[in-house]
Design a protein around this ligand. Structure first.
Ligand code: MG
Length: 255
């Protein structure tokens, strides 16, 4: 494993990449409505990123065919935008990344389409707060497994399960750098509290819990991308790119 420590100049470029990602997600948030098809969101994401000087990073990554990942209801991550129409009451996860001056930003949100059920709302709130719990733990001197444990404990103590097969990641010049950042402590999938690399200033990580109402098990569609819950339960996904500082981590994917 080789973890790349970034200079202040490199972090500034990542801050700019992150701001573009946040601005694009903000536009998408305002545009999501019942009756639109998911590929419209893909077009908007590409146009907005271009206006801001960022290049969408997912397109072509390991052959991914779109700019934006759009995952609806029981879809967890890596949904491919297409002809699917969003309906009132759906929840939709939007995951977007850009490259700006050779540096990456990566973030995701889940939001309701029109009015959604109280169960869906609570799932989204808990997932976003599980991400915040991870970020709050990501300080110098903590071990990476402390971040995994904080995320898992937050979500599981509220009755949900955390997806085990997909993790957050280091990020910088490359979308996926060392280390992997698991969202759980399960042997074989995760990292126990107090274990893993020690966090230090200048590390840049994408934290991204995926949380299910039902079981943690997943399955993949025939498109070889879309990942969904095996039991069909709802799933939410929130992600931020952060930089480890002397104190509280800095969220780079923010406005
Ligand atoms: Mg990511």
């Amino acid at each position: 494993m080789s973890i790349i420590i970034k200079s202040e100049h490199e972090i500034e470029l990542m801050r700019q990449a992150g701001r573009i990602v946040a601005m694009v997600l903000e536009v998408l948030k305002a545009r999501v409505r019942p009756g639109m098809c998911t590929e419209e969101l893909d077009v908007i994401a590409a146009e907005e990123a271009q206006k801001l000087g960022g290049r969408p990073s997912f397109k072509g990554y390991r052959g991914f065919p779109a700019n934006l990942c759009v995952s609806v209801n029981d879809e967890i991550v890596h949904g491919i935008p297409g002809k699917k129409v969003l309906c009132e009451g759906d929840i939709v996860s939007l995951d977007f990344g850009v490259i700006y001056q050779d540096f990456q930003g990566d973030a995701a949100i889940t939001m309701g389409v029109g009015d959604v059920s109280p169960e869906a709302k609570r799932l989204m709130e808990v997932t976003e707060d599980a991400l915040k719990a991870g970020v709050a733990t990501a300080r110098p001197g903590a071990r990476l497994g402390d971040v995994s444990a904080a995320i898992e404990q937050y979500a599981e103590s509220r009755g949900y399960s955390v997806v085990r097969q997909y993790s957050g990641h280091g990020i910088g010049r490359k979308l996926h750098e060392d280390p992997q950042v698991p969202n759980c402590t399960t042997p074989g999938f995760g990292l126990m509290a107090g274990t893993g690399p020690e966090l230090q200033k200048g590390m840049t990580l994408a934290l991204e819990p995926m949380v299910n109402i039902g079981d943690w098990e997943t399955k993949q569609d025939d498109d070889n991308w879309t990942v969904r819950t095996r039991d069909g339960s709802l799933s939410a996904h929130f992600e931020n790119t952060i930089a480890i500082t002397d104190g509280e981590a800095e969220v780079l994917t923010k406005l």
